[in-house]
Design a protein around this ligand. Structure first.
Ligand code: AMP
Ligand code: MG
Length: 316
């Protein structure tokens, strides 16, 4: 297991050092436009095993492989036509595509949890792109947090959860999108929405001419599909317009002027996505129950509400 007495905080000038650490088999947290990712060489069994160990992530949850281009993605997987069309439209960006592995793909088996398919994404963040270019290979990168806890959207969040367990964090400031990527699988040519995220179902429908089908199976195929996930230590209540005295109220929009914290005082959904996890981290540090105002379900609001429902779900 990757274990370090100290985790280095690297500045954007240190991309070459970060790539060197990856080549040596170490783990480096990197900023992406969605959340910080815990990067390791996707071809090395030891690096991939170290990712699962550092996060405490169950081995049956496959990882997303990050590459620097659509051409690189097609070396690992056979993309169905609608997937290629979506990649051409949204990559680099907050969309992950799940497609059948190609023979001779060279990825560590644990990356896909032994499945015959792989999840692929080309991230847009300039530092993630610089690191992928410098490293020159595929990088497995789940969110850089302890499994099940609130996702990290700045370097301090990463350190709070993983200091001493990883080699370094590349500090790129706060993540500009703030929620994880949308994950789409395919059954034949039909797109199936496995996880809501930074690219909305509306945006996908505009490209495909049809809405992605909601995932209905009971089998968990994406970690984000686990009921309790993104969970603060405190109890969380949703759709609250009148909080109790003991609760930290997280508002959305101008109707929540009295709230201690707000996802977006003006009611802007992109801002709410960007501030969501940092606000949950902040509220959680206050060690009081959390009450959250209603957030509209349109656009990226669907991903925000998905994360909020999981943050509020009963734990065992
Ligand atoms: P994370 O990197 O923690 O945001 O999560 C990665 C997501 O991609 C998880 O929800 C995985 O289950 C999902 N995923 C990765 N590979 C596959 C796959 N082959 N089939 C379905 N989902 C996948
Ligand atoms: Mg995660």
């Amino acid at each position: 297991m990757e274990n370090h007495t100290e985790t280095a905080t690297l500045s954007p000038q240190d991309v070459a050092r970060a790539a060197q650490l990856l080549r040596a088999g170490h783990l480096v947290a990197m900023p992406t436009e969605t959340v910080y990712g815990l990067a390791g060489d996707a071809r090395k069994a030891d690096s991939v095993a170290a990712i699962f160990a550092a996060k405490g992530r169950p081995a049956h949850n496959p990882l997303i492989v990050h590459v620097d281009s659509l051409e690189a993605a097609e070396r690992f997987a056979a993309l169905p036509n609608p997937a290629r069309k979506l990649a051409q439209t949204f990559w680099p960006g907050a969309l992950t595509l799940v497609a059948p592995l190609r023979n001779g793909h060279g990825l560590a088996q644990a990356v896909t949890a032994g499945l015959p398919t792989v999840a692929l994404r080309v991230p847009a963040h300039p530092l993630a792109r610089a690191l992928l270019a410098e490293f020159g290979g595929p990088v497995a990168a789940p969110s850089a947090n302890q499994s099940g806890r609130i996702s990290p959207t700045n370097a301090a969040h990463v350190m709070a959860g993983l200091a001493g367990r990883i080699a370094a964090v590349l500090d790129g400031g706060p993540c500009p999108v703030g929620v994880e990527s949308t994950i789409l699988g395919f059954e034949g040519d039909e797109a199936v929405l496995l996880r809501e995220g930074g690219i909305s179902a509306e945006q996908i429908a505009a490209v495909l001419g049809d809405w992605p089908r909601a995932h209905t199976g009971t089998k968990i195929t994406a970690p984000g599909q686990m009921l309790s996930h993104y969970a603060p230590a405190a109890q969380v209540r949703l759709d609250v317009t009148a909080p109790r005295d003991d609760e930290i109220w997280i508002g959305f929009g101008p109707d929540c002027a009295g709230a201690a914290l707000s996802l977006s005082p003006s009611g802007d959904l992109d801002e709410a996505a960007r501030t969501l996890f940092a606000t949950l981290h902040q509220a959680d540090a206050m060690r009081r129950p959390i009450a959250i105002a209603p957030v509209p379900e349109r656009g990226v609001g669907a991903a925000i509400n998905d994360r909020l429902r999981r943050a509020a779900a009963p734990r065992d």
